[in-house]
Design a protein around this ligand. Structure first.
Ligand code: JBE
Length: 277
């Protein structure tokens, strides 16, 4: 896979040299180009932003540097043999970046990222490149960052670990929380390792029992416990068929029941205390 990032803060992308992504690069599984947007400014002050039409606070990133940068980065990539680029635009007004989208992007041969500072990029830039390639406007969460660079790091790491051979163990994806599929998407429960006692704290006995069936059940129950506590939305929208009898027992203990009323709009479970409202 080839990655290009155009940014006014190339040094912000230094983490791409480290850890999993850095190793994938070193092994040649990932080609990364980081490009300084200001290389495509021609005035003394290397201006990349201007005041918004229609008024309002903040500044908007200008069309010309982005257009010239993207034209050159794309031309150089094609020249180097890359093909099938998609544009990935991190923005708080994008669609949510999910594991499903990470899988989709990991299947593309070439990602071009355009992280913006200020109030974002002049709309005409996205509209222009959308006529030439798929454009994904993505948000990594409902909070406001100072710019899209951190989101590029997030998306890159989520995508890179899915590339063939990067993680080593192909099994490790199937169990990922949020892995797409028909199974219930549950958060993973607690994990433990040696020593067996630390500051007076032991290990749940079942994990030392060697009884694989009971261990799997305990892990499933802990996953249900954690998911109901932290992500009730994930439980609510899980089809009843994704839970077995023991799951239902545990859900009942945790105060969850089937919601026949909600089924019409994809809410299959509700908290029992919500009943008498
Ligand atoms: O999620 N994002 O991609 C963002 C980009 C820029 C600013 N805030 C964000 N949340």
């Amino acid at each position: 896979m080839r990655l290009d990032v155009v940014t006014i803060f190339p040094e912000y992308l230094e983490p791409l040299n480290v850890s999993l992504v850095g190793k994938a690069r070193a092994r040649g599984q990932l080609q990364v180009g980081v490009h300084d947007l200001r290389n495509w400014t021609y005035d003394r002050h290397h201006t990349v932003d201007d005041t918004p039409y229609g008024g309002g606070p903040g500044m908007v990133m200008k069309t010309e540097p982005w257009g010239d940068a993207l034209d050159e980065v794309l031309a150089d990539g094609y020249e180097a043999g890359a093909h099938g680029p998609v544009l990935v635009v991190p923005t708080p007004s994008g669609r949510p970046f999910t594991q499903e989208l990470a899988v989709e992007l990991s299947e593309r041969p070439w990602l071009v990222f355009t992280p913006a500072r200020y109030e974002g990029i002049d709309r005409r830039v996205v509209d222009e490149y959308a006529t030439r390639m798929p454009v994904y406007e993505v948000s990594i969460g409902d909070y406001v960052l100072a710019g899209g660079e951190a989101a590029v790091l997030v998306v890159t790491e989520a995508v890179a670990r899915l590339l063939p051979g990067v993680l080593g163990n192909a099994e490790s994806h199937r169990d990922d929380s949020f892995a797409p599929g028909t199974m219930a998407n549950l958060l993973e429960g607690p994990v433990h390792t040696k020593p067996p006692v630390w500051r007076g704290r032991g290990i749940p006995e079942v994990l030392l029992s060697g009884h694989h069936g009971r261990i799997a059940r305990w892990r499933r129950d802990e996953a249900l416990r954690r998911t109901t506590a932290h992500r009730p939305d994930l439980i609510g929208r899980t089809a009843p068929a994704a839970f077995d009898k023991k799951d239902r027992e545990m859900l009942s203990i945790l105060g969850w029941a089937p919601d026949p009323e909600g089924e019409r709009y994809g809410r299959f479970w509700r908290r029992v205390e919500d009943v008498e409202e």
